[in-house]
Ligand binder design. Structure first.
Ligand SMILES: Cc1cc2nc3c(=O)[nH]c(=O)nc-3n(C[C@H](O)[C@H](O)[C@H](O)COP(=O)(O)OP(=O)(O)OC[C@H]3O[C@@H](n4cnc5c(N)ncnc54)[C@H](O)[C@@H]3O)c2cc1C
Length: 498
């Protein structure tokens, strides 16, 4: 890291899901890149903690794990949760569920229509293809065969997985054999970024093969505190070890970290910055003020005793429309999270209308940010989740499940049938899918909430970009990992074009 002044063309903050992809591609293009990561940077695959290599383990998401930022948040006023995010090279891709499903064509074309034509489905498809080596569909026009992230669907691991597939068919949902194939949504096997029984995070995929590349320097254990701005231009960052100067600064610290760094650098809503005693560098009302994420509720079920256990906890997923243009994701977990508990089906609302807020803590502006999801604020979201829970209950009641599983008594029929009672049941259990997006959204010049333009350049200050899920105008209707990698790939392409 001790390079002479002016040695770095680009300093990237955060070796996470987007940051690794982007830094690697920039270095491939000859840019001298310094990648700074707050957490450790393991070198060989074997150096990763076993629970982070094992894709069937979510142990690193537990509060207190050293590779987890473990943030405090409120899902609804007064309802506290802990939010995991990866604090290690690979970022959240190092501890997530390894589900590799892209944003849909409708998501991408929706973002394009909101003033970001460079992000339309057909414009970003090459970046998705570049990122992956899809073992099942890699030779097709929608897929990549030789990218850094290995992707595959797994054989059905248990009768329960078969029953969910059959139940979806019984209720009339289409089969969707390739969840990344741009077909009508339905039930299909999950593509995983898993290879040889290892969760392949983006540091393994993108950094490990470039360890000898002189253009790329990676520094672990380096916490960035703010962006250094001189005369309207970002000139570097302040770390706990001192300043680092570079020709360009890119924040890839994730939807929480990047927005927080913007605020700490005087880039955000002027009123909020002034209240925290910070100098206003640029008034950007959209930093943190309308983020989105998928609300998620779990419905327990009871497998018939004696069924063979599933080696892998996930297999297939159903995406189903709900009234008013919404969609739910029904994600059966085939094993319980705790040995004594019942397994659960996750019911996520994929196009939520409610918006959350990330801001500085006025009592301690240098501390962690405040995160308020404000879930279920809108009736459309309450209605969508009611539909999703009833649909899941109906799936468990199909003939396909006879002899395999029954609904749990945790959700009594009287509650299921009554809107107000069901709203209460859901609200008491609501959690987050941890797909946080849109804390620094991209958008048109005319959009006062847009923080970056479609080249991901921060408005009001030169030489500064944000490249991670912060910039998504709203959360896509799928998980965010594959899309975060695409954002890194696409950003590098835009930065090096011409
Ligand atoms: C528990 C969990 C399970 C999930 N499961 C799935 C899934 O199966 N499929 C799916 O599609 N999506 C999933 N997601 C969501 C998806 O993984 C994330 O949205 C995505 O990985 C985020 O990528 P990112 O690059 O925006 O941020 P991250 O990958 O979080 O990267 C941010 C990086 O910046 C670093 N950083 C932050 N602040 C600083 C600082 N000040 N200085 C230096 N470094 C800093 C962090 O340590 C981290 O390495 C899951 C998320 C979580 C948390």
């Amino acid at each position: 890291m001790a390079a002479p002044e002016g040695a770095w063309d680009v300093v990237v903050v955060g070796a996470g899901t987007s940051g690794c992809a982007m830094a690697a591609r920039l270095a491939d293009a000859g840019r001298r890149v310094l990648l700074l990561e707050a957490g450790p940077v393991p070198v060989a695959t074997a150096d990763w903690p076993p629970e982070m290599r094992d894709p069937t383990s979510l142990a690193a998401t537990a509060p207190g794990h050293p590779a987890n930022w473990d943030l405090a948040a409120e899902v609804r006023p007064g309802q506290a949760v802990r939010v995991p995010r990866g604090r290690i090279a690979g970022g959240s891709s190092a501890l997530n569920a390894a589900v590799w499903v892209r944003a849909t064509r409708a998501d991408l074309d929706g973002w394009a229509a909101a003033g970001n034509p460079l992000w339309a489905h057909d414009r970003v498809l090459p970046a998705f293809r570049r990122s992956e080596a899809d073992a099942d569909y890699g030779d097709g026009p929608a897929h990549g065969a030789d990218g850094p992230v290995p992707v595959r669907r797994l054989p059905s691991p248990s009768p329960l997985a078969d029953a969910f597939a059959a139940a979806s068919t019984e209720l009339g949902f289409p089969a969707e054999p390739d969840k990344n194939g741009d077909a009508a949504p339905g039930y299909g096997p999950i593509p995983f970024n898993v290879d040889g029984g290892v969760r392949i995070n983006t540091a393994m995929a993108y950094l490990a093969p470039r360890r000898q590349l002189p253009a790329l320097t990676v520094s672990g254990g380096t916490v960035v505190r703010r962006v250094l701005v001189e005369r309207g231009r970002a000139v570097g960052v302040l770390t706990d070890d001192g300043p680092v100067r570079a020709g360009e600064v890119v924040l890839s610290a994730g939807a929480v970290g990047s927005a927080h760094l913007l605020l700490l650098s005087g880039l955000g809503p002027a009123v909020e910055l002034a209240a925290a005693g910070l100098d206003v560098v640029a008034d950007l009302p959209g930093v943190g003020t309308a983020f989105s994420d998928h609300p998620l509720v779990y419905l327990p079920y009871r497998p018939t005793p004696g069924l063979s256990a599933s080696a892998f906890p996930l297999h297939g997923v159903l995406h189903a429309p709900v009234d008013g243009g919404g969609e739910v994701e029904v994600l059966p977990w085939l094993r319980p999270f705790d040995a004594d508990a019942e397994p659960m089906v996750g019911v996520g609302l994929q196009r939520p209308v409610s918006r959350g807020r990330l801001g500085l803590d006025p009592r301690r502006s240098s501390g962690p940010p405040r995160l308020a999801y404000r879930y279920l604020t809108e009736e459309a979201d309450r209605r969508g989740l009611r539909t999703g829970v009833r649909l899941t209950s109906a799936l468990l009641g199909t003939a396909a499940f006879a002899g395999t599983a029954t609904p749990s008594t945790a959700l009594p029929a009287a509650v299921l049938e009554d809107d107000a009672a069901l709203d209460g049941w859901i609200a008491a259990r609501i959690g987050t899918a941890v797909h946080l997006s849109g804390t620094a959204p991209m958008g048109a010049d005319t959009d006062p909430g847009a923080v970056v333009d479609q080249h991901l350049r921060v408005r009001g200050v030169a030489g500064l970009r944000v490249v991670d899920t912060s910039v998504l105008p709203w959360v896509p209707s799928r998980g965010t990992a594959a899309t975060a990698v695409m954002v890194g790939e696409r950003a590098a392409e835009l930065m090096t074009a011409g």
